[in-house]
Design a protein around this ligand. Structure first.
Ligand SMILES: Nc1ncnc2c1ncn2[C@@H]1O[C@H](COP(=O)(O)OP(=O)(O)O)[C@@H](O)[C@H]1O
Ligand SMILES: [Mg+2]
Length: 225
């Protein structure tokens, strides 16, 4: 039997108002993402990639339409439930890494688990495992300002994994990295998809991601073309 899709969007729209003028950042998108799929979103700057990722991640709310992620209708969730949904279901990776500058690499990785109420000893045990997976053992006690861009992104990926999310969402994860470092990051994300069956939705300009994608969708003016 076919499994339910992990993401089901129907007639999804998100309209922003700029100086009283509506901007349809997402314009009536209908989309299903299968569990275990590696989906790449393409499209020019301003085409709606980040907005779509934010909606699916529960960071933003749709103006209209329905959106089900991991069996939950996001519109029905109150803010507390939505925060919990994000914590448990979504691992988010950004172009700018978004690490906390005063925490060490290890502490950055452990933080989402601690915030989710995981007992400290367990959180740090898991963080150390992820530190190893990301090949960052030698950076455990460094602050983000003391490590390279590639190491920062590997820290961010490890952090995204600590609560064992079903969905990894990556928004231009290689945008601030040189090609070689970017390729290493893409391969890391690909391996997460292939070895643990984690669903990945990634917005990227990099053509190097094309070969690893199960499907590529192109956005234009908030629509899939
Ligand atoms: N918070 C916001 N307020 C107003 N307009 C926004 C906001 N976020 C995005 N937009 C607009 O929505 C459109 C899509 O933006 P975005 O999703 O960031 O595209 P992309 O990630 O593909 O570059 C753009 O026209 C952008 O200006
Ligand atoms: Mg964007």
């Amino acid at each position: 039997m076919k499994r339910d899709p992990i993401v089901t969007a129907k007639d999804l729209s998100r309209t922003f108002f700029l100086g009283g003028q509506p901007v349809k950042a997402i314009d009536n998108i209908t989309l299903e993402v299968e569990a275990g799929e590696f989906l790449v979103l393409k499209g020019k700057s301003g085409s709606g990639k980040s907005t779509l990722l934010s909606l699916i991640a529960g960071l933003d709310r749709a103006t209209s339409g329905t959106l089900k992620v991991s069996g939950m209708d996001l519109k029905q969730l109150n803010p507390v439930q939505l925060a919990r949904f994000r914590q448990k279901q979504i691992g988010m990776i950004f172009q700018s890494f978004n690490l906390l500058p005063t925490l060490s690499v290890l502490e950055n990785i452990a933080l989402p688990a601690l915030l989710a109420g995981v007992e400290s000893q367990h959180a740090y045990k898991k963080a150390r495992e992820l530190l190893q997976l990301a090949q960052l053992e030698h950076r455990a006690n460094h602050n983000p300002s003391e490590i390279s861009g590639g190491e920062m992104q590997r820290t961010a990926i490890a952090r995204a994994l600590i609560n064992d999310p079903a969905l990894i969402m990556a928004d231009e994860p290689t945008g601030n990295l040189d090609t070689k470092t970017g390729d290493r990051i893409l391969n890391f994300i690909k391996n997460l998809n292939r070895t643990s069956g984690r669903t990945v939705i990634m917005a990227t300009h990099s053509t190097d991601a094309d070969a690893m994608a199960h499907r590529i969708l192109c956005l234009k003016d908030g629509r899939i073309i």
